[in-house]
Design a protein around this ligand. Structure first.
Ligand SMILES: NC(=O)c1ccc[n+]([C@@H]2O[C@H](COP(=O)([O-])OP(=O)(O)OC[C@H]3O[C@@H](n4cnc5c(N)ncnc54)[C@H](OP(=O)(O)O)[C@@H]3O)[C@@H](O)[C@H]2O)c1
Length: 320
């Protein structure tokens, strides 16, 4: 039986990545969509081939009232995630929530509690974990092949045209570059380093907001220290577009990735200057496969609500 998955939000990530990827997942189908605008919902449902008889909604209650809807992807501005996720959970729907899980620790905890109480799966959408090269590096690093990790960093930037996006404002956002891409970097570094190094125990940061003078980070540098002393840096900016980059420096190996922190599963990775071969796979398909398999009881959710919560605790520590 297929898992019927609806989506809230018809924006960029829903339209260009999530629903096209959902349409490639075995055992699932794109079922219905909720938008603030009925016509936008209808054209989105048509464009992506929604399967429900009534597939487009502009009311959350009506969208969730469909008994055939099994699960919901939440792809709206960050500040709306928690209330929507809680409503989905209370309606008995499994939830895949875009990163960051929420904009406050309290909201994130309420999302986790609601999903636990209603016994629905909760996954947080950190698609970088399904990049084939990243998975190979994580597996080798966690097996001890690279020796002891001492230092890592991740840099991801994009150039915003102006400050009109909701991320730049506090009504529906809490961070700008740090939410757009920085939370991916935090999650990536924790995923890579935590098994050998323990949890993040200290966070320091420098944040520039001076070009637009708004409430949120434009360029940010975060340093994290892990339990065993290893140090990692995150660098994000919305002021320039550079090729993304990560470095993981261990006692026996230095791993460098260029252009892998992205949407397409590509880029290049080297280990001690030797290229690593990996498959070009769509990481959003992997993320959705994991969600669907977890719903079916065939896998554990790889990025849980608790992980999503920890990732925002670090951003909040960095930008108080
Ligand atoms: N994992 C990734 O690779 C990735 C990449 C980009 C974004 N994201 C995450 O996905 C979420 C959406 O990001 P996005 O880039 O797709 O944003 P976006 O293009 O601005 O789309 C957000 C959508 O949310 C809906 N929405 C509901 N209330 C809204 C409001 N008050 N203001 C604006 N939009 C509202 C809108 O759809 P309707 O008008 O149809 O209601 C809008 O199109 C964010 O949490 C973001 O962090 C993840």
């Amino acid at each position: 039986m297929k898992v019927n998955i609806g989506i809230i939000g018809t924006g960029r990530i829903a339209d260009t990545e999530l629903v096209p990827a959902l349409n490639q997942v075995n055992g699932a189908c794109f079922w219905s969509v909720l938008s603030r605008d009925k016509q936008r919902a209808e054209s989105f449902a048509d464009r992506h081939g929604a399967q429900a008889k009534y597939s487009s909604f502009d009311s959350l209650a009506a969208f969730l009232a469909d008994p055939a809807l099994d699960a919901v992807i939440i792809a709206t501005p960050d500040g709306l995630h928690a209330q929507q996720a809680i409503a989905c959970a209370r309606a008995g729907k499994h939830v895949l929530i875009e990163k960051p899980i929420a904009t406050t620790v309290e909201d994130a905890k309420q999302v986790c509690d609601a999903c636990l109480e209603e016994r629905v799966k909760l996954a947080v959408a950190y698609h970088m974990r399904w990049h084939d090269g990243h998975r190979q590096v994580a597996s080798m690093l966690h097996s001890g092949k690279f020796g002891k990790p001492h230092y890592a960093r991740a840099m991801w930037t994009w150039k915003a045209d102006d400050n009109s996006n909701w991320r730049a404002h506090s009504e529906n956002g809490r961070w700008w570059g740090l939410a757009g891409v920085g939370t991916h970097c935090v999650d990536f570094l924790r995923w890579m380093l935590m098994p050998p190094c323990g949890e993040v125990t200290a966070v320091a940061s420098l944040i520039d907001k001076s070009t637009y003078g708004g409430p949120h980070d434009e360029t940010a540098s975060i340093s994290m220290q892990f339990g065993n002393g290893a140090v990692a840096d995150v660098m994000t900016s919305v002021m320039f577009s550079a090729t993304s980059r990560f470095e993981i420096c261990c006692s026996n190996a230095v791993v460098i990735g260029e252009g892998t922190l992205a949407t397409n599963g590509g880029g290049i990775i080297s280990i001690n200057d030797e290229p690593l071969e990996f498959k070009l796979v769509n990481p959003y398909v992997g993320e959705l496969n994991n969600f669907v398999n977890a719903i079916g009881g065939h896998a554990r959710v790889e990025v849980s609500g608790a992980e999503g919560l920890r990732n925002i605790e670090i951003l909040l520590q960095a930008d108080q």
